[in-house]
Design a protein around this ligand. Structure first.
Ligand code: ATP
Length: 648
């Protein structure tokens, strides 16, 4: 028989990731066992699911389990399962390559990470799974046979650049991962992973709730202060003990689950290094029974905004794992929520498409969303710091909910936290904003823009600052969109201060006859200039008018109530959408010396060519002041330089 063994190279990213894992990313090396057990458990889930959905395959699922085998002489620890196994191609694809999107970006971020903790948390999110074996082993051998096939495969590597892969005869179905352990080294965090007590301790700590029995020979070395049951070994004749309690955490009453157990479970499913910000554990009884255990992470994963970011909720049916990333259970704007939903009355054959149309699943989703939003609201009321930090991490995503659906608009608006002119540091909720509104103010004023500094210094702010009106400063791209779609909060209209005619309420009410007459006179005085400017700047603006929002600047640009904002226009263009140019409105400050001088110059000689250049400069300055891009920066600079030269 021909030798089927070949030596292959790890994919470049895999190699880099391996190096990071081996060299000090994980300070806690014990977790390698959790990762291998978790893979074994997934493999058992998959086999059970396949046996239920393909009964014709006659797969043996009578005693699905994981065994841990220690060989003191050879210094090996083997994690064996009788699960689904892998074909040779699977091994090359799954173990030799990282098919996950975003790997390159993640590696770059890890390299930039300031300290080991930051790097660890990044890599933790990614989940290095199998590779963590190389933290404790200088060689790893994997034997595997896919259920339903006759051919076994053996894979071996020292975690450096290459691995060997070959065929292996007479393997049982399932996978055995054998670690050739490095020597114990407490300084390097390497425990004696041949010691039975250590193995038991790790299993209890990290993998107690794994649904399948994790067995080890009862005579494994060292004393066993374990409450695990000893039982008779299935095939080998050795007494085996089961190390884990196997209780699905979500199926246990809340009062019986400790905080630490919740955290372990969370780590297991999320690969998040830090404990979750909140845990939601619920059970629904009645016509459609289910249990849900959901977690709100404390910090955002690296791929939160990547196009193919996954939703974090897994679906089980009566303890049988069905799918990861169950989009029917969580809307996109709650994609950061991690957890498990175990529904009792679904078919195991259920597909994503069926779930999307299932009325009961829709009802479950509605309930879960309400629960999550209520939990965040609760956090807002009881633990401001936790809420503030959660909002910092996920506020941008939660605000997508204001666009995605209408069912929870009010609940989401209650959660919105935004910067405002009220406080340079602290953010405000809309409720707090409303509580500070001036007498007679009925409108929530806001301004969107790219940064706080740009928004704060924008000319649009002037009258608001002068008159003491608070303005929300909205700088997330998503703010441009939801503010366009949501008309009001609690009866108070949202109004962009860069859009529409401004009518600062208190002014109009108290205006006396004299003021009204002055205004009318001013309109008349400026009518000629405004009409001329409108023609002269017709390529850039759709209207020129006098402003009530300016106190110190000469001019600013505003939009009509339903116009796209410049940022939104830019966003659409960046996404490749063809848009007609959105012309804006130029507003002039009639009390500014430049504007009054312009009016007089126009009155004297409307044909002076310098006048048109000044008009262009005024427009350009207004555009720059709000952080906009000049249509022709070179021309603007030339006009400005000429003008400066003349006055020097
Ligand atoms: N014991 C096993 N039996 C069958 N397949 C396995 C086993 N261990 C690993 N695999 C396969 O190899 C893949 C890669 O494993 P790895 O632990 O690196 O990542 P993962 O488990 O997919 O991701 P994560 O660790 O982030 O959950 C798994 O998805 C699985 O398909």
């Amino acid at each position: 028989m021909a030798d089927t063994t070949e030596t292959l190279e790890f994919q470049a990213e895999t190699r880099q990731l391996l190096q990071l894992v081996i060299h000090s990313i994980y300070s806690n090396k014990d977790i390698f066992l959790r990762e291998l057990i978790s893979n074994a458990s997934d493999a058992l889930d998959k086999l059970r699911l396949e046996s239920l959905t393909h009964s014709d395959l006659a797969l043996d699922t009578s005693d699905l389990h994981i065994t841990l085998e220690v060989d003191q002489d050879a210094r090996t620890l083997t994690v064996r399962d009788n699960g689904i196994g892998m074909t040779r191609d699977d091994v090359v694809d799954l173990i030799g390559t990282i098919a996950k999107s975003g790997t390159a970006g993640l590696l770059a971020k890890i390299k930039e990470a300031k300290d080991a903790d930051a790097a660890q948390s990044l890599i933790g999110q990614f989940g290095v799974g199998f590779y963590s074996a190389f933290m404790v082993a200088d060689k790893v051998t994997l034997h595997t046979r896919r259920a339903g096939t006759d051919q076994g495969t053996v894979w071996e590597s020292d975690g450096e650049g290459t691995y060997t892969i070959g065929d292996a005869a007479d393997l049982p179905i399932g996978t055995a991962v054998t670690l050739h352990l490095k020597a114990e080294d407490s300084e390097d965090g390497l425990a004696d992973y041949l010691a039975g007590w250590k193995i038991r301790q790790i299993v209890k700590q990290y993998s107690d709730f794994i649904r399948w029995p994790i067995r080890m020979a009862a005579q494994a070395p060292a004393t066993a202060e374990t409450d695990a049951d000893a039982e008779s070994g299935a095939g080998g004749g050795d007494a085996l003990e089961t190390l884990n309690s196997m209780k699905a955490l979500w199926a246990r009453p809340r009062s019986e689950v400790s905080e630490a157990e919740y955290h372990e479970f969370y780590q297991q499913i999320s690969h998040d290094w830090q404990p979750p910000a909140d845990t939601i554990h619920m059970r629904a009884e009645g016509t459609f029974e289910y249990e849900a255990l959901l977690f709100l992470p404390a910090h955002a994963p690296f791929d939160l905004f990547s196009r193919d970011a996954k939703r974090g909720v897994q679906l089980y049916v009566k303890r049988v794992f069905i799918m990861d990333d169950c989009d029917a259970l969580m809307p996109n704007y709650l994609r950061f929520v991690k957890g498990v939903v175990d529904a009792h009355d679904l078919s195991l054959n259920v597909s994503r498409e069926i779930l999307q149309q299932d009325r009961q699943i829709t009802a479950v989703r509605r309930r879960l969303v309400k629960k999550v939003l209520a939990a965040i609201k609760d956090m807002q009321a009881t633990n401001t710091d936790a809420y503030t930090s959660l909002w910092e991490q996920f506020g941008r995503v939660l605000k997508e909910g204001l666009i995605e659906e209408r069912d929870n608009t009010d609940a989401l608006l209650q959660l919105v936290s935004a910067h405002s002119t009220n406080d340079p540091e602290k953010t405000t909720t809309l409720r707090e904003y409303v509580s500070r509104m001036k007498d007679g103010q009925n409108t929530i004023y806001y301004l969107t823009g790219e940064t706080r500094a740009l928004v704060e210094n924008s000319p649009h702010m002037e009258a608001f600052t002068a008159k003491g009106y608070e303005v929300l400063i909205l700088t997330d791209p998503v703010d441009e969109v939801w503010t366009d779609q949501i008309p009001a909060f609690d009866g108070h209209r949202f109004q962009s201060i860069a859009k529409g005619q401004l009518d600062l309420d208190d002014d109009t009410d108290t205006e006396d006859e004299q003021t009204k007459a002055d205004k009318a006179q001013r309109e008349q005085d400026f009518a000629g200039l405004l009409a001329w400017l409108q023609t002269s700047l017709a390529d850039y603006v759709k209207q020129v008018r006098l402003s009530t929002r300016l106190t110190t600047s000469a001019a600013c640009l505003v939009g009509d109530a339903h116009d796209l904002t410049p940022t939104l226009e830019k966003m659409y263009r960046a996404m490749g959408q063809e848009l007609p140019a959105v012309k804006r409105i130029l507003e002039l400050n009639p009390t500014h010396p430049l504007v009054t001088a312009l009016q007089q110059a126009h009155h004297k000689n409307a044909d002076d060519p310098a006048l048109a250049e000044t008009a262009e400069l005024v427009y350009g300055a207004a555009l720059l002041a709000e952080g906009g891009d000049l249509p022709d920066p070179a021309r603007f600079t030339r006009l400005l330089t000429d003008r400066l030269t003349k006055v020097l």
